[in-house]
Every structure is written in structure tokens, then in C-alpha cells.
Design a binder for this molecule. Structure first.
Ligand code: C5P
Length: 237
């Protein structure tokens, strides 16, 4: 039993650890997040290993550069056949639109489906104080809303957001917009270093379309059972 809205974060650095998790979870999970740690250590081999097992990939590299450079990066990544990619909305409208156009062209050239592009609005690790320190003027929640709307206007498919931001973004950006939320902690799991958390059901009710969950699954005594409990909870929403 799996749920296509569940994405398991593979926050590891070696092929062995990655293979261990994917083997253990087997058919229970078909969507994985590959982030900087794994991608910068294994490169596209990480993608190949997952694709050989018919897994879908959320490649979370948070691209942020001038439009031409981000477009080039997106083209290279699309040719590797991933399903979701991230970029920083703070790169601006032109950068996001260039990424969307490049993804469409590269997918058409490869004869594949265009991956979904997701924008990071403001990193949820930023406090109001840290935000002011780097020159932020609007309250953070307003900034998140503004960047989510800008991302949508630029043709981006959705955002990565905390469960606390999900309801606002869902209201502002409409029912089709993707909202991928980390910071999920089922009742049975430890909080770890996540501060603003929600259970899987709470996040979905707030408007999340996908959940990214790492340690509550990968560090569980029985990861498959953890997935099963999470999927059962997701099904109830
Ligand atoms: O182990 P845990 O469930 O906390 O992992 C959550 C995943 O989501 C990690 O890969 C982390 O990098 C990512 N993430 C997050 N908070 C954000 C953005 C991404 O926890 N604001």
C-alpha cells in the first residue's frame, strides 16, 4: 500500500545507505526526495539507481542564479528524467519563467513529460529577526504570499512550504497549485530539529498536495510500518 502524495526524503550521503532505505521500503514508497547531500555526493548515479527501480524523483537542488544559467541547469536536469525540481522564488519572475520555458523545451526534445517546478518562497528556517537582518521589509508571511503568487504568475507549478503556510497559499493560489510540505511529524515520531510541525492529516487538511517525510520513516525501528501508519492517516483525509 502506497500513496502517491508521500515523498520520502533520502537525506544520506552514500550509495549503501540509500540502497538500504529503498530496499527496506520496497513497494511501500514510490516517490523519493534527492537533496543536495545525496546529489552532490553521488551525482546522477543517485537518480539512475532510483529510476532502475521505477521510483519517481523530487530533485531538491533549489536553483538560484541568473535566468540563463538556471535555464541551462533545468535543461540538464530535465534530460535526466526527474518528476519534480525546486528553485528559489527570490530569483525573480524572469528567472522562474526562464526555468519553466527551459523545462518545457527540454521535455519536448526528450519526448518526456515536463517535470513540475516548485518554488521555495522564504526558507522556513528564517526567523523574523533573521529575515530583517538580510533586509526583509514585509512581515515574513506577506513575503511568502507574495512570492507564491509571483511563482504562479511565472508559470511555476507550486511551492515548498511549511504546513503552517499551506492554508494561506492554498487560498491565494487556487486548487491546482502544488504545495509540498516538509516538517511533518506523525504522532508516533520524535520532533528532531523541526520546530513548526504538523501531522500528515493536519498538513493535508491545510491544503498540502504532497508531504516530504524523512526521519520519522528512515529512522523508525520499522520503517515499513511507519509508512503504513502514515499512509493510513493520509487516506482518511
Ligand atoms: O527528516 P525530516 O522529515 O525532518 O526531513 C524533512 C525534509 O524536508 C528534509 O529533507 C529537509 O531538508 C526538508 N526541508 C525541511 N524544511 C524546509 C525545507 C525542506 O525540513 N523548510
Amino acid at each position: 500500500m502506497t500513496d502517491e502524495r508521500l515523498i520520502v526524503a533520502l537525506d544520506v550521503a552514500t550509495r549503501e545507505e540509500m540502497a538500504h532505505h529503498v530496499r527496506l521500503l520496497g513497494e511501500a514508497v514510490d516517490f523519493y526526495k534527492v537533496g543536495m547531500e545525496l546529489y552532490y555526493s553521488l551525482g546522477s548515479a543517485a537518480l539512475t539507481i532510483l529510476q532502475e527501480q521505477n521510483k519517481r524523483i523530487f530533485l531538491d537542488l533549489k536553483l538560484h542564479d541568473i535566468p540563463n544559467t538556471v535555464a541551462g541547469g533545468v535543461r540538464s536536469l530535465v534530460s535526466r528524467g526527474v518528476q519534480m525540481l525546486t528553485l528559489h522564488a527570490q530569483g525573480g519572475r524572469e528567472m522562474m519563467a526562464a526555468a519553466v520555458a527551459a523545462a518545457g523545451e527540454a521535455a519536448a526534445a526528450a519526448g518526456t513529460e515536463r517535470p513540475k517546478l516548485l518554488a521555495v518562497t522564504a526558507l522556513t528556517s528564517l526567523s523574523e529577526t533573521a529575515w530583517e537582518e538580510i533586509g526583509g521589509r514585509l512581515p515574513l508571511a506577506d513575503q511568502v504570499r507574495r512570492l507564491a503568487l509571483l511563482a504562479r504568475e511565472a508559470g511555476v507549478d507550486g511551492v515548498v512550504a511549511s504546513p503552517q503556510e499551506a492554508a494561506l497559499i492554498r487560498r491565494e493560489c487556487g486548487p491546482e497549485f502544488l504545495i509540498v510540505t516538509p516538517g511533518i511529524r506523525p504522532h508516533f515520531a520524535a520532533t528532531n530539529d523541526q520546530a513548526r510541525i504538523a501531522t500528515p492529516a493536519q498538513a493535508l487538511r491545510a491544503g498540502a498536495s504532497h508531504l516530504v517525510i524523512g526521519r520519522p520513516i528512515t529512522r523508525a525501528d520499522d520503517p515499513r510500518q511507519a509508512v503504513q501508519a502514515i499512509v493510513e492517516e493520509m487516506r482518511e483525509v
